[in-house]
Design a protein around this ligand. Structure first.
Ligand code: SF4
Length: 316
């Protein structure tokens, strides 16, 4: 069974002319790391939050979002809360914004386990110390306050907290954005090690293609609320078939970038107040034809494109 299985997800918000998420299919297998990439506003954060049943006010949904086999779109509030404090957990962008500065780290870590009522205080403390060790921190941190820790240490604490309920699915939304470069690399390496040790499925949401290539087994590229392309990470980055993926890669600065090498994608994503006919990328795509403007492309061989780029992709 997949850790996460999203099928045909549509999400509509008040005041929009078309769905914000429009037929999203996405899966994360047990122990698999999957990156979800795209520009701001592409729907990637909304998709990952939907997996925890965290929907914006007034949202109307259809489709299925199965976490460890349970549909979070139809389950009741009690089961949803239990799911969030156990089988699925999220690591947020900014650890300082997600943690109460007035509570000791130990109380923060053991809170979800104590609330679930499944463990004694001593067992919860022991588990918290074990997980602090797993993320490379000492048990003495249990008595410290968030303000006494660096951003990198605090993000490790957030990861330990997310693992407290033995999740099958970990959702990481730009978890390194607020960190310095050294802490970013440490957190990425740590997530990779933890995935191997605990067998947790990881959905890694990022706008950073280099990071996605470094950490993931498979990648989904999102554009205007739809999946534009998906496939094994190495293959997709080497041989993108969708013009949007190719444009994103071209706009990603290489480590050896010299001034003038960075290219931006011309134009803007389509306005949500306007209906869409055809391909969402048509207005920005150099390969667009009349067919593209009239008919939305289905995903074939991993790419939602009427005129996919030539390449030697091996996925089906
Ligand atoms: Fe470009 Fe057409 Fe492919 Fe859309 S369907 S990405 S407009 S070639």
């Amino acid at each position: 069974m997949n850790a996460l299985d999203i099928q045909g997800l549509r999400l509509r918000l008040p005041g929009t002319a078309r769905p914000v998420l429009d037929g999203v299919d996405l899966a994360v297998g047990p122990g698999e790391t999957v990156a979800l990439v795209g520009e701001s506003g592409s729907g990637k954060t909304l998709t990952s939050r939907t997996a925890l049943g965290l929907l914006p006010p007034g949202a109307e949904t259809s489709g299925t979002v199965l976490v460890d086999g349970e549909d979070v779109l139809t389950t009741d509030g009690r089961r949803l809360r239990a799911l969030r404090s156990g089988r699925a957990a999220m690591i947020f962008q900014d650890p300082r914004a997600a943690i109460n500065p007035l509570r000791r780290i130990g109380d923060f870590l053991t809170e979800s386990v104590r609330l679930a009522g499944g463990a004694s205080a001593a067992d919860a403390d022991r588990r918290a110390a074990e997980l602090l060790d797993a993320v490379g921190l000492g048990p003495e941190l249990m008595r410290r306050y968030p303000g006494q820790l660096s951003g990198g240490m605090l993000q490790r604490v957030m990861i330990a907290a997310a693992l407290m309920g033995d999740p099958v699915l970990l959702l990481a939304d730009e978890p390194t954005t607020a960190l310095d470069v050294t802490s970013q690399a440490e957190v990425v390496a740590l997530l990779g090690r933890l995935r191997e040790r605990f067998g947790t499925g990881l959905l890694f949401v990022t706008h950073d293609l280099g990071l996605a290539a470094a950490i993931s087994d498979r990648v989904y590229v999102m554009y205007a609320g739809r999946i534009a392309e998906h496939g094994p990470a190495a293959d997709l980055f080497e041989h993108p078939r969708h013009p949007y993926t190719a444009a994103l890669l071209a706009a990603t600065p290489a480590l050896d970038a010299t001034p003038g090498r960075l290219s931006a994608i011309d134009g803007q994503p389509p306005d949500l107040r306007r209906e869409l006919t055809g391909c969402a990328f048509a207005e920005r795509c150099a390969y667009a034809t009349d067919l593209c403007r009239e008919e939305a492309p289905e995903i074939r061989r991993g790419a939602a494109c009427h005129h996919p780029l030539e390449g030697s992709r091996t996925d089906g």
